[in-house]
Design a protein around this ligand. Structure first.
Ligand code: FAD
Length: 592
């Protein structure tokens, strides 16, 4: 084994969707990031098919939403079939209209998502190191020594300030850190097939074929007559490793009806599903994200989307800590926020799954006869549709109990509260000016102070720096109507985190509350804040793996040097503002 030969801020293990998202988020913030993957190239299987609104909002910030939307297909409805008849159609349409700029579920395979995320990585001068596997970890007080096996079979040790285990359900990081992964396997086995098929399926929509003992889901895929079919394996096939699609085809046709014809199958796999969640998302300097931290049934297509959001939640916190702008204790909030969500998701997908696989006669009757009609009826109600959209699209995720969430007195009952994703609104940010998409204005590499119906403080008066963006919403007839719909009926202020969630919700702006929050969370937003030293370079450290990192952030600086640096930040911020105005996606500049 060669001696320790490289240093990196974050070693990301696994280049599935979760690892690629984390690498993008860290890369764009200028962190030295190394992403390794034991496979020799990008995955070819589509696996997850549903991309939800919250994921698309994050993609928008990353500048890849347009490409994803162009490649995918919005799912406009679900058709419920039983005993050869279409029993109901549940219109999804623009189910989330007014909630998100992306008010639908986008059908886009995991392979396409990974390709888009992988292409974007190159903009931060990062690339996946393929055929490279993590084999050992040795936590130390100020770093983690990771032993990796290179493509030629030799091993070497890398020193990383932090390690992110994005390495899937059999996670090496989880095993090596010994984090328990309680749960169990479902007794049922599943199949997944990417097919070319014609039949009764309604084009471009989800088709669900149900019978007394199970279900088959048909997801529309890109390309003529392409369908992803997922379902329960008949008991006779459950223990067959060598099962082929041709053997299963008669079962599918028996349920789908004689009009169903398969012209081809591009990918076929069988699998068992587990429902498990790790006991902790953080173990010292190691983190678990995505399937490495939680696996559950595919009900609702939440798996991939949840991993992407784990990465988005962790990235800004890691960036602050590595830049010396917050204490490592900030990173505990990753577990505090994401684990309760994952546990709740596990429970809800468990319940839904139990219902769809139940073999009891009553459950079969309810599934085939009652549920389609009930669903079709209740989904006509706007309130039900909106609630369902918020849940499935993950725009409704909130962290009210997070140590980072503070709701102050005077906040309206229906107004956004700390922990909520701040709502997507069209607001005029200058008196008489045009209404703009607030999400486009928010810079997700900075915090935003949003004041509503009251004057904004200046960055200087707060003694804070360019890492705080300040936006003011004046009283204006158009704003009043929009804000009232969001439950904001008077003066209000919000500190919005880089990931779009509310950190502080208040009525009259309170500078002391803001300063108290910063002190409690240990976050330092001043340009010339005394920074915590970066993780020390290990003895014998070679060049970092990615060249994008601004150097020497932790060095003590003289006063003139600090002043020069402040000036550079301000100029850079002005330049960024101009670029955003001309249409370049915000958040592409290297920060922190
Ligand atoms: C057949 C199938 C169908 C699915 N269908 C759906 C669906 O319809 N909807 C949905 O939401 N989800 C679905 N899922 C789940 C979804 O695919 C996962 O939730 C998603 O892939 C999680 O992404 P991830 O990046 O966390 O993990 P993964 O995609 O598993 O990526 C982990 C990566 O880490 C790499 N790795 C592992 N160990 C090491 C190591 N020691 N060193 C280096 N690299 C390592 C692996 O090779 C892998 O590429 C499906 C899964 C399967 C298997």
């Amino acid at each position: 084994m060669s001696p320790i030969g490289a240093e990196t801020d974050v070693l990301i293990v696994g280049a599935g969707p979760t690892g690629l998202m984390l690498a993008n988020q860290l890369g764009r913030r200028g962190l030295r990031t190394l992403i390794i993957e034991r496979h020799d190239g990008p995955a070819q299987q589509s696996r997850a098919m549903a991309v939800h609104a919250r994921t698309l909002e994050i993609y928008q910030k990353l500048g890849i939403a347009d490409r994803a939307v162009a490649l995918g297909r919005p799912g406009y409805g679900a058709n419920m079939w039983a005993n050869g008849r279409r029993r109901a159609r549940i219109p999804f349409g623009e189910m989330g209209k007014g909630i998100s700029r992306f008010p639908y579920v986008l059908m886009l395979g995991q392979d396409d998502n990974e390709r888009i995320l992988g292409d974007r990585l190159r903009d931060w001068r990062l690339d996946v190191r393929w055929s490279t596997e993590l084999v050992a970890l040795e936590p130390q007080p100020d770093r983690v020594l990771a032993t990796i096996k290179d493509p030629d079979g030799t091993t070497r040790t890398i020193a990383a300030a932090y390690v992110a285990g994005c390495d899937g359900s059999h996670s090496a990081v989880r095993h090596l850190t010994g984090v328990p992964f309680p749960g169990a396997a479902y007794e049922h086995a599943f199949f997944v097939a990417d097919t070319v098929a014609t039949g009764p399926m309604v084009a471009d929509e989800l088709n669900v074929f149900m019978w007394g003992r199970g279900f088959h889901l048909y997801f529309p895929m890109r390309g003529a007559d392409r369908w992803r079919v997922i379902g329960l394996l008949p008991p006779a096939f459950t223990n067959r490793d060598d099962l082929t699609f041709e053997e299963l085809e008669p079962t599918l046709r028996a349920i789908g009806g004689p009009g169903l014809r398969f012209q081809g199958c591009h990918w076929f796999s069988t699998y068992r599903i587990h429902h498990r969640c790790v006991e902790r998302f953080r173990d010292g300097r190691c983190f678990l994200l995505g399937d490495a931290a939680h696996v559950h049934s595919p009900m609702g297509g939440q798996g991939m989307n949840t991993g992407l959001q784990d990465a988005y939640n962790l990235a800004w916190k890691l960036a602050l800590v590595i830049a010396g702008r917050a204490e490592p204790s900030l990173l505990d909030s990753y577990d505090a926020e994401r684990r309760p969500f994952a546990e709740a998701l596990l429970k809800s997908t468990d319940r839904a799954f139990g219902y769809v696989v139940s073999e009891s006669r009553i459950a079969g009757f309810l599934r085939t006869r009652v549920a389609p009609r009930v669903l079709a009826t209740v989904m006509r109600f706007d309130a039900v549709r909106r609630r369902a959209f918020r849940t499935i699209s993950q725009t409704g995720i909130a962290y009210p109990d997070s140590p980072l969430s503070r709701t102050l007195d005077g906040v309206g009952r229906k107004a956004p509260r700390a922990g909520d994703r701040f709502p997507w609104l069209q607001l005029a940010l200058t008196a008489g000016g045009p209404c703009v998409d607030l999400f486009e204005q928010l810079d997700d590499t900075r915090f935003t102070l949003l004041t509503i119906g009251q004057p904004s403080p200046s960055v200087e008066s707060l003694g804070l720096g360019t890492r705080l963006q300040i936006e003011s919403v004046p009283v204006d007839a158009r704003n009043t109507g929009t804000l009232a719909k969001a439950g904001i009926r008077g003066p209000a202020w919000y500190l919005i985190r880089p990931d779009g969630h509310v950190a502080i919700a208040g009525a009259r702006f309170d500078a002391a509350a803001l300063q108290a929050w910063l002190a409690a969370t240990t976050i330092r937003l001043e340009d010339d804040a005394p920074l915590r030293p970066r993780t020390r370079a290990p003895p014998g450290a070679a060049a970092p793996s990615a060249p994008a990192t601004p150097r020497g952030r932790g060095r003590p600086r003289s006063a003139p040097a600090r002043a020069r640096r402040r000036l550079r930040w301000r100029r850079a911020a002005r330049r960024r503002g101009r670029r955003s105005a001309s249409g370049r996606p915000r958040g592409c500049a290297r920060r922190w």
